[in-house]
Design a protein around this ligand. Structure first.
Ligand SMILES: [Zn+2]
Length: 90
């Protein structure tokens, strides 16, 4: 009996959620606005810089040309010339 109550509760919760999502989509389609702004993405200017891992010492570095080494199709980035030299010596 108790289990049935829980199951019915979960079922209602799923239905309610689906219903509200549908309503959100409807409102969005009619008005062209995003209700609540929950799904609004932050501005594209605030993109985080992707860090790459130094294969020698494991430090995460900002990829730039200063300590880069191309081997085959892969570009490796290093924290220092020391690491780059160590890598190319292998
Ligand atoms: Zn390093």
């Amino acid at each position: 009996m108790f289990l049935r109550v829980i199951l019915i509760g979960i079922l209602f919760w799923i239905i309610a959620r689906t219903f509200w999502r549908m309503m959100d989509g409807l409102v969005e389609g009619v008005t062209g606005k995003r209700p609540g702004g929950r799904r609004g993405r932050t501005s594209q200017a605030s993109q985080p810089t992707k860090l790459v891992r130094d294969p020698v010492c494991g430090t995460y570095v900002v990829p730039d040309a200063t300590h880069a080494l191309t081997r085959g199709d892969t570009v490796y980035h290093f924290c220092s010339d020391q690491c780059r030299a160590q890598f190319s010596a292998r």
